[in-house]
Write a protein that binds this ligand. Structure first.
Ligand code: ADP
Length: 293
């Protein structure tokens, strides 16, 4: 699978530019789309899943043009929006059966087998007779996951993957996705939470203010922050000065006061020890010092 995005822009009716000249190639595996709120992630996702039109530019999916071949592309898509809502009186299993039918599985027996399989995978088998809209928030999110994946999509788009899931459910969802990512499939995770993508995505793009600021592997981004992340044991007034001058990543109480992790171009502090950056440090460093926003 391959998605090629060229010169993509989106200007809303009110004149707001949400995306400016995005160029991006996405291939098989997990891809992270990272950026703060308002960066343009949802706008890009909505265009990719064909529910919104771009103002200019092109998107090509395996040779199909997004605007000319919407039908073909929709068949390949599974989308889990951030606030997955449904207004239905259907039972949980009936809702999934409906989603499976929409995704093109015509044979009833095949559909019911798939429905049971997915109810099992997302831990809703025991709730299959319950009315879908009476499920708890976390259960609805899991039903959302199942409806997005039941048709064996080739392109899976997930907006804010951890929203509404407890830690155990997050792990389960992550495992389902990493299993799927071994196949001829593209999985796009769009999020403002670095932890959602750190261990799982081979490639990522950073969006800020509608512009793509970085496109590459997590390791490449981390390399850029090397030499700019520090740990300092501090207390009292020095801590206040550091806090105002640098981006504080974490503060842990210590014998001397605080053990603080900082990101900055150069650090002027007593006893500052340079530490190896992780993706979260790298993201903060990039946004503070390299993003031209
Ligand atoms: P993200 O998903 O990264 O939070 P969005 O794509 O939702 O970003 O939004 C990007 C920008 O476009 C924001 O400034 C947002 O306020 C604006 N925006 C989003 N949707 C609309 C809309 N329907 N009309 C006007 N502006 C919008």
């Amino acid at each position: 699978m391959k998605i090629s995005i060229q010169g993509l822009s989106k200007i809303y009716g009110n004149g707001k530019t949400a995306l400016s000249d995005i160029n991006l190639e996405i291939e098989n595996g997990m891809f992270g789309l990272l950026g703060p709120n308002g960066a343009g992630k949802s706008s890009l996702m909505r265009i990719l899943v064909t529910i919104m039109k771009a103002s200019s530019g092109t998107v090509n999916v395996n040779g199909y043009d997004l605007t000319k071949n919407r039908k073909e592309i929709r068949k390949m898509l599974g989308y889990l929006p951030q606030d997955f809502r449904f207004f239905t009186k259907l039972k949980t299993w009936e809702f999934l059966d409906y989603a499976a039918a929409l995704s093109g599985i015509k044979n009833k027996k095949e559909r019911l087998t798939k429905v049971d399989e997915w109810l099992e995978k997302v831990g809703l088998f025991d709730s299959r007779e319950r009315q879908a809209n009476n499920l708890s928030g976390g259960m609805k999110r899991r039903l959302g996951i199942a409806q997005a994946l039941i048709g064996s999509p080739k392109i899976i788009v997930v907006d804010e993957p951890t929203t509404g899931l407890d830690p155990e459910e997050r792990i389960r969802f992550r495992n389902i996705l990493s299993e799927l990512s071994q196949q001829d499939v593209i999985i796009i995770l769009s999020t403002h939470i670095v932890g959602d993508i750190s261990s799982v995505c081979q490639n990522l793009a950073l969006l800020d203010d509608g512009r793509m600021q970085f496109n590459g592997s997590p390791e490449e981004l981390i390399k850029m922050a090397k030499g700019h992340v520090w740990q300092v044991n501090t207390s009292g007034t020095e801590y206040d000065i550091l806090k105002n001058k640098y981006a504080v990543i974490s503060t842990i109480p210590s014998d001397e006061g605080w053990e603080v992790q900082l990101v900055g171009k150069d650090i002027e502090a007593k006893q500052a020890i340079e530490i190896e950056p992780n993706l979260e440090h790298a993201y903060v460093y990039f946004m503070e010092y390299l993003s031209n926003h």
